[in-house]
Each structure stands twice: as C-alpha cells, then as structure tokens.
Ligand binder design. Structure first.
Ligand SMILES: C[S@@+](CC[C@H](N)C(=O)[O-])C[C@H]1O[C@@H](n2cnc3c(N)ncnc32)[C@H](O)[C@@H]1O
Length: 209
C-alpha cells in the first residue's frame, strides 16, 4: 500500500497552489488573443483547466474542451470549473484526440510542449481535429523574458521576481529547444508558415491549418 501520494498528485497540487493562481492574468491575456468567439475550442495539456475556463468565460457560444493525461490535474480542473456548462475536461493524450476531424475552431497548448515525447505526432493530431483556417497556438515560457508587471498576480511581494525567473529557467524552453519545436511544426501538416512571436513572458508558435 502506498503511504505517500504519487509524484503526479504532488505535481498537480503544487501547480494548483502556485502557477495556477499567480498566472491568472496570463491566462486571461491568452484567452483574449486566441481568436475564438464561438465554436469548439481545444486546450491541449489543460492541467488545472484555466485556459479552457478563461476562454469559455463570457463566451456562451464557445464550447471549451480541456484534455490532459493526468487524472490528478483533471480533478483540479473539474473543481476550478465550478459548474460552468460550456467547459468539458477529458482524460486524453494529445497524440490520440478522440474527436472527429475538423471539430475545433481554435486550439492552444500552454507550458505543455516541453512534456511531449512525440511533438510531431501532436502537431499532426491537432492539425487533424482543427477546422480549415483555424490556428493552434503553442506557448512556452521564455527563460530570458523580463517579469512583466501585469501578467502575474501577486499578493504583496509574492511571488518575487527571482522565484518566477527560476521557474521559467527550470520549466521554460531554452532557445535551442524552441527552435527544434518550431522546426517540427514547420515539417508537420501545418506547413512552413509558422508564426514565432513573444506574448507576455511566453514565446508562442501560431500554426494555422
Ligand atoms: C505544466 S502543465 C500546464 C497546464 C496548463 N496548460 C497551464 O498552463 O496552466 C502541463 C500539462 O500538460 C499535460 N500533458 C503533457 N503531455 C501531454 C499529452 N501528450 N497529452 C495531454 N496532456 C499532456 C501534463 O499532464 C500537464 O498537466
């Protein structure tokens, strides 16, 4: 019998108590800029669910779906959803998205790509489930970014800049890995016209079908 919670449960708890709180402004900015007002939205690697929730908020014609492989994360996502009717969370791997081709009007993956063991398969699968003309935005924290004042919610001096930067260095994506991810996107069915830009403290790739 296990006496200690497993590693995934501890990771989910740490994320729910930390980043999922102080990145709330970032989630709102990402939701505002993902280009959807109606239709189905996919949040790939939803974690505690906030991207899907913020995209659904104030958009009654959006049906937001968050997928994740971690049951522990999805339990927090269900709690954070707080009864919203236009958000659904499902346990699903991004390399095998159990929705018909052409289902989604937009998709986003935030801080998830650094976990992907087969990013080419993720790009191909998200491309399949998007409508023609829809965009998949892939975000990773930029370890070299400045700490923007308005993208992070603070209580008094917490979290301090030095702590935030340490997290970005630890979990963000260094330039060489980012370039490799972009090359994978360019070689995917999305083709060579991939947008690569800064958004807040993230870099993001815009992959349009
Ligand atoms: C660091 S969390 C980010 C959560 C959320 N997007 C956010 O920014 O708050 C990354 C999440 O991606 C999930 N994940 C990693 N690989 C995945 C895959 N292949 N399919 C679905 N989810 C995946 C992990 O389980 C984890 O919950």
């Amino acid at each position: 019998m296990a006496l200690l919670p497993d590693r995934r449960a501890l990771t989910a708890l740490a994320y729910q108590l930390g980043p999922a709180r102080y990145y709330q402004p970032a989630y709102r900015f990402i939701a505002a800029d993902c280009g959807i007002e109606r239709g189905s939205f996919l949040d790939v690697g939803t974690g505690p669910g906030w991207i899907a929730i913020r995209v659904a908020d104030g958009r009654p014609e959006v049906d937001a779906v968050g997928i994740d492989t971690s049951e522990a994360m999805l339990e927090y996502a269900e709690a954070n959803k707080a009864g919203r009717l236009n958000v659904t969370f499902r346990k699903m791997d991004a390399v095998n998205i159990v929705y018909p081709s052409g289902t989604f009007a937009a998709a986003v993956a935030v801080q998830a790509a650094h976990h992907w063991t087969d990013p080419a398969a993720v790009f191909a699968e998200v491309h399949r489930v998007l409508e023609d003309g829809a965009t998949f935005w892939v975000y990773e924290a930029d370890p070299d970014a400045e700490v923007p004042a308005d993208w992070i919610a603070r209580r008094g001096p917490f979290p301090p800049d030095a702590w935030v930067k340490r997290q970005w260095r630890q979990y963000g994506m260094a330039a060489d890995r980012w370039a490799a991810l972009k090359a994978t996107a360019e070689a995917s069915p999305f083709g060579p016209d991939i947008v690569d830009e800064t958004h807040g403290f993230y870099r993001r790739l815009g992959c349009t079908k």
